[in-house]
Ligand binder design. Structure first.
Ligand code: ZN
Length: 242
């Protein structure tokens, strides 16, 4: 399904949820059109599964920097915000580690290293106290050789469900955004603190390479950021409804 059709499905699903929430009458045609999606989303709305979204970096920590000098943190935030909006429309209870350009360290912590430590602990605490069905950490990649491009998913080693989520996201990128994306999913250990220590299925999505000029230009564009968000939602929903 291409992104435009998916958007229609998302919006029709959201409309059906809104109509049922507000007691509006549905036409037969609308009800029929949204039937499959409604079954899924009505269940989701009833149970309100929690999803935690983490926009990587923020505040003094800009993450990596694109070939055009754009820091990763803002791209992560923009992609996260669209992902949050779509999943919320679909009835999920979305919690975010940050919703603006900030580090989420405890007040009073001094020094960048300690602030980063506190920031990561607070992000993990949100994930592990939320009862989330999954956590998705959104980042962008960088490499010394500018030829590399494409999305790549990193999952918690030893967690079959995290691996399944990573595969679902990998497949959604191939299906919806980059059919040529051959990057394999990769297990990670303690080097990725959030993913390693999350108690729910957890994946870090590196959505593309800011060191690749073509991909950086795309990732800096709001419309492409929204397409990435739709792609992430597609993978998340496929994982949750499989
Ligand atoms: Zn990053």
């Amino acid at each position: 399904m291409d992104l435009r059709r998916k958007l229609i499905v998302c919006l029709s699903t959201a409309a059906v949820i809104a109509a049922s929430v507000f007691g509006a009458e549905l036409t037969d045609k609308a009800a029929k059109k949204g039937r499959d999606a409604v079954e899924t989303s009505a269940g989701a709305a009833a149970h309100r599964p929690v999803i935690v979204l983490d926009a990587g970096h923020g505040g003094a920590d800009g993450g990596c920097v694109s070939v055009n000098g754009v820091p990763e943190k803002g791209i992560n935030l923009s992609v996260m915000q669209s992902t949050r909006d779509i999943l919320t429309l679909l009835g999920y209870d979305v919690r975010c580690t940050r919703e603006s350009d900030v580090s989420v360290h405890d007040e009073g912590v001094q020094g960048l290293a300690d602030q980063k430590l506190s920031d990561m602990k607070n992000r993990l605490s949100l994930i592990n106290s939320s009862g989330a069905v999954l956590a998705l950490s959104i980042h962008q990649n960088q490499f010394t050789d500018p030829k590399y491009s494409g999305a790549q998913m990193f999952y918690r080693e030893g967690s079959a469900e995290s691996e399944r989520l990573a595969e679902s996201l990998r497949e959604s990128f191939r299906r919806s955004l980059r059919p040529d994306n051959e990057r394999e999913t990769k297990p990670v250990g303690s080097e990725l603190y959030l993913i390693h220590n999350a108690v729910c299925p957890a994946v870090m999505a590196e959505c593309g390479f800011l060191s690749n000029p073509e991909e950086a230009a795309l990732l800096e564009t709001p419309s492409y950021q929204r397409e990435v968000a739709f792609t992430l939602c597609d993978g998340v929903i496929a994982f949750l409804t499989a």
